[in-house]
Ligand binder design. Structure first.
Ligand SMILES: N[C@@H](CCC(=O)N[C@@H](CS)C(=O)NCC(=O)O)C(=O)O
Length: 243
């Protein structure tokens, strides 16, 4: 039995839901309430995921965290629908994209989203409230980073750097996809899945320079093919975006 603890709007959860859909697996949904409810920081959830973030996979009582680790775990368990290249070099390339999805894309889109979606709410809070909110994250790094962001916000320089880093990554995607159909070679793989939710997030953040497909036609073509896959609708659940 596979149970996924997730949030509908979370990019990291979407990666896992797309993978489950691609593999045609049955899974039980445990929706973790975000926003003001912050169920991800409740003691019961932190017992499952010591970082206090989604997603978390429960496979017959075995708990797996970190979205990219979950993707590979699902691939190891259910290889019938193959989402990892057979060739060792292509597999290494795939893992580099997984790493970038976490350390370049997720990291920098979070920086950009702050001013658009969170800054106004934070400005209305007292310093005590900010300390209390950040203090609920179980890990020192996230606590420290969140408190700094709640207090100081994201500067225009930080935001410009984040957008620059995302543009650099999109250029790398363009160079890759102009040579081959998918990010890790000739077949669709976890590499493509790991980037998919963030492209939609670029649209939500109105990052028009990143979604201008005249500038990056090969990525534009890839994006059309991604959205045409049944797993896109199933995994992204755009209809649930505000749930
Ligand atoms: N490296 C983690 C990151 C997980 C993460 O940051 N999840 C976000 C949603 S995409 C979250 O739970 N945010 C809730 C919060 O920050 O309070 C993974 O890939 O699973």
């Amino acid at each position: 039995m596979l149970t996924l603890y997730h949030m509908w709007t979370s990019t990291c959860s979407k990666k896992v839901r797309i993978t489950l859909a691609e593999k045609g697996l049955d899974w039980e949904s445990r929706f973790v309430k975000g926003g003001a409810a912050r169920e991800n920081l409740e003691p019961w959830y932190i017992k499952l995921n010591p970082n206090g973030v989604v997603p978390t996979l429960d496979h017959d009582g075995k708990i797996v965290i970190e979205s990219c680790v979950i993707l590979e775990y699902l691939e190891d368990l259910f290889p019938e629908v193959r989402l990892r290249p057979e060739d060792a070099y292509d597999r290494a390339v795939m893992r580099l994209w997984l790493d970038k999805s976490e350390h370049v894309v997720h990291k920098n889109i979070n920086v950009i989203s702050h001013n658009r979606f969170q800054a106004a709410r934070m400005a209305a809070l007292s310093d005590e409230e900010k300390v209390e909110m950040a203090g609920r994250y179980p890990k020192l790094e996230l606590r420290t980073e969140r408190l700094r962001r709640y207090r100081e916000g994201v500067s225009p320089e930080e935001e410009a750097l984040a957008e620059g880093l995302l543009a650099e990554l999109m250029d790398e995607m363009e160079a890759t996809l102009s040579q081959r159909p998918w990010l890790a070679g000739s077949d669709y793989s976890l590499a493509d899945i790991s980037i998919t939710p963030f492209i939609e997030r670029f649209y939500v953040n109105k990052l028009e320079s990143l979604t201008d497909w005249d500038t990056r036609p090969s990525v534009g073509d890839w994006w059309q093919r991604i959205q045409a896959r049944p797993s896109y609708e199933a995994g992204m659940r755009l209809d649930m975006a505000n749930a």
